[in-house]
Design a protein around this ligand. Structure first.
Ligand code: HEC
Length: 139
């Protein structure tokens, strides 16, 4: 009886911690952390939950409070891509293209910060035009 209660308690605390751990991993990329190429691509671009998609929808809806934190995460991750060594292909090309990726994601965050929907939409379009060049060269 009491032992059983304690056990249930421990199990549920462990379960809660596991959930919190998973959530914070997904919700808050931190500036001092490093991110693999896969992580950055997944956070920023993979599926409907991707930050690019989130920012696009929030900008279209004029929901700047939602758009800004997501755009800032994109920028942070954008800056982190080039910290990964060149995965394949020419290293100086990787350096150039990851620098552009950082610039493109920073431009999105800057436009969102200004609450400029036109500029933000254009910056997202520019980013989307850059995917294939890098994938062809380095993926
Ligand atoms: C500067 C280079 C670069 C740019 C720009 C870039 N990617 Fe990538 N991406 C990569 C590399 C390298 C991989 C391969 C990662 C691996 O699996 O090792 C990749 C993988 C991916 C993946 C698969 C992730 C996974 O789970 O393995 C997706 C999805 C993706 N990119 C989407 C995009 C989209 C969408 C864009 C443009 C909006 C984009 N990428 C722009 C370099 C880039």
């Amino acid at each position: 009886m009491p032992v059983k209660h304690i056990r249930v308690g421990i199990v549920s605390i462990g379960f809660s911690l596991a959930i919190i751990g998973t959530m914070s991993l997904k919700a808050t990329p931190a500036a001092d952390e490093t991110y693999s190429i896969e992580e950055i691509m997944e956070y920023n671009h993979s599926g409907k939950k991707a930050l690019t998609n989130k920012v696009t929808l929030a900008v279209q809806a004029g929901k700047w409070d939602e758009a800004l934190p997501a755009a800032k995460k994109m920028k942070l991750l954008g800056a982190a891509l080039g910290k990964n060594p060149c995965p394949s292909g020419d290293a100086s090309s990787w350096e150039k293209l990851t620098m552009r990726y950082a610039e493109h994601t920073a431009a999105i965050a800057a436009a969102v910060e200004k609450k400029d929907a036109k500029l933000a939409t254009a910056a997202i379009a520019t980013l989307k035009q850059s995917c294939k060049t890098c994938h062809d060269a380095h993926r």
